[in-house]
Write a protein that binds this ligand. Sequence first.
Ligand code: GKR
Ligand code: MG
Length: 416
Amino acid sequence: MADTRIADIRITPIAFYDPPLLNNAGCHQPFALRSIIEVETEDGVIGLGESYGNSMTIDGVRAVAEACRGLDVTDLNGLWARINATLTDQVDGYNTGAGRLVLRVGGAIEVAMWDAFGKATGRRVVDLLGGQVRDAVPFSAYLFYKFGQHQHESGPDVWGEVLTPEQLVDEARRMVDLHGFKALKLKAGVLEPEAEIAGLRALRDAFPDAPLRIDPNGGWTVETTLKLLPQLDGLVEYLEDPTVGLEGNARVQAATDTPLATNMYVVHPSHLPPNMAQDAFRVILSDHHYWGGLQASRELARVCEIWGLGLSMHSNSHLGISLAAMAHLAAATPNLTYDCDSHSPWQTDEVIEGGKLPFRGGKVTLPEGPGLGVTLDRSELARLHQNYLDCGFTERDDATEMKKYQPDWEFARPKF
Ligand code: GKR
Ligand code: MG
């Protein structure tokens, strides 16, 4: 029988090119940070994970790596016990950033444990998670306002500047032509709300049948959102994090039948009861990277089913190991009620062998092979790690990047 005890856990920080995409927090830096996790078994099988590239996550994974040595890759209870024991001072404040680290660190390692077990036994992660319920996983086109080029670049990138409704429609057309997405998501909270609604209307005119969503990342006040509701009702399939906090969003939800969705205010199990009590969000955008991994995300899906909540998937800038994990999870989740988000179309670098996983007709088909079905391109890993060492970033900082373009720009949430 295969020896699936953990012999070693490694984490490699990486940085990959990212275009100047805009959001309520500012502008994307020229490099997005990520980390690649490798869980190696006593038999030399390597399971892969991908997670955040900030120093807390990297230090957190390194801190628990030693404690996990000898643990079987199937022993998820053992994983959580060791993480809770190792990150003891972080465990109390589940609602704080530090407390959420436990779930991020656990999730990062847990995915690699599933991959290692799948690779050791010849089984796909989707089968280990309960079985495949859909052939391919549908994703939305994730549309951003953006600058044409980063400050150090001599000319615009292939997407060009996107600040007007016409430019937004061009971006959407390009993304739909390239990848076949059906639903369109607009990252908002950047321009005046009326300008963003004009962008949505232009998308509706250009794509009469596309399900639309808008996500201001808490950038609108309750009052602004209430004023905009008559224009949004019937236009969007859901309204994502329009304003700040459970209470504010509950006031909005009480005024509309359009469901509110979140990846900002229900990001930990402890947020679910108050969300249900206040009827703030009716759609949860799950994310295995911060929700504690694949098993925890399947449990979240069950909670959503029991309580009648919609369910989809949130994304940050990511590469192919994350996309494979998202696809396996979504393929094993019966009650996925909306197309998932992915930043993948914005990324030109890749860390898996064979290059980026393709979207066909807006869907990702699970890569073939055991585990997650992906393997590491070690020369790309080395190159992207060197990027990390050279780029000078160790934290994401969209606000500082934005001030390079607009020195008097100030972060505010809500802003409009
Ligand atoms: O990449 O700018 C971005 C997004 O705004 C990201 O940071 C969010 O986490 O995609 C996300 C969202 O849906 O809120
Ligand atoms: Mg969001």
